[in-house]
Design a protein around this ligand. Structure first.
Ligand code: HEC
Length: 205
């Protein structure tokens, strides 16, 4: 019987050794998954070059202006006009003789009592001799925008051209409901309007 405490024998205890072992596959797979997850997350949330990220810094003065206190917000309509109409009618609305586009600024067609003819012009386009504010134009063709813009967008662009303070326009607002009604009434039309034809339609209901 021995009360002797066995001390670990340093000679039989193995020395720690360094050896090579392969990295487990699951760890590599996990790392790749994390990398992929991070990339997907960044892609979804990073914003890239989205206008919503950069627009506030894009030096668009309108962005810094609050909507006019009275009347509708003209900013969405201005964006549509600048993108879709200004190519022919010019940003400042003076028209362009090179494509026989008459002016929008000061136009009696634009400032009519109601939007009945304007809505038709934007939906199905226009061609044929036209008198705008006492001057003759003709020979040009305005393309239809039926398939391009929603009722809301057509209402916005027409509201903008009818109320643009830069042109001293102060005609009534155009609503999406007015556009929807005329779109329905003219849904079978497949050719441009002519000014002569439009003049037979009352400008206002
Ligand atoms: C491809 C060129 C072109 C584009 C783009 C264009 N128009 Fe026109 N627009 C014309 C021409 C040309 C006429 C005159 C047609 C004629 O001679 O009968 C005209 C006539 C008009 C008229 C009636 C005359 C006047 O000057 O008041 C209005 C209103 C009008 N366009 C609004 C618009 C709006 C709003 C847009 C954008 C949604 C637009 N146009 C886009 C070429 C264009």
């Amino acid at each position: 019987m021995s009360a002797e405490v066995k001390s670990p024998n340093p000679t039989t205890e193995a020395e720690p050794t360094a050896s090579s072992a392969t990295v487990p596959m699951w760890l590599i797979a996990l790392m790749l998954l994390l990398l992929l997850g991070g990339a997907v997350y960044f892609d979804a949330r990073g914003g890239w070059f989205d206008a919503r990220v950069y627009r506030p810094f894009a030096a668009l003065p309108e962005q810094f202006q609050p909507p006019p206190p009275d009347g509708p917000d003209l900013r969405p309509g201005r964006r549509i006009y600048d993108a879709a109409c200004a190519a022919c009618h010019m940003v400042n609305g003076v028209g362009n003789p090179a494509v026989n586009a008459p002016p929008i600024a000061g136009s009696d067609w634009v400032l009519a009592d109601g939007p009945n003819r304007l809505i038709r012009i934007v939906l199905d386009g226009l061609t044929g001799p036209i008198e705008v504010s006492g001057k003759q134009y003709g020979g040009g063709v305005m393309t239809p925008f039926k398939g391009t813009f929603t009722d809301e967008e057509i209402a916005q662009v027409l509201t903008y051209i009818r109320r643009n303070p830069d042109w001293k326009h102060d005609a009534s607002e155009v609503t999406a409901e007015q556009v929807a009604k005329i779109r329905e009434q003219t849904k079978d039309r497949a050719i441009n309007w002519t000014p002569a034809e439009l003049l037979t339609i009352p400008a206002k209901d």
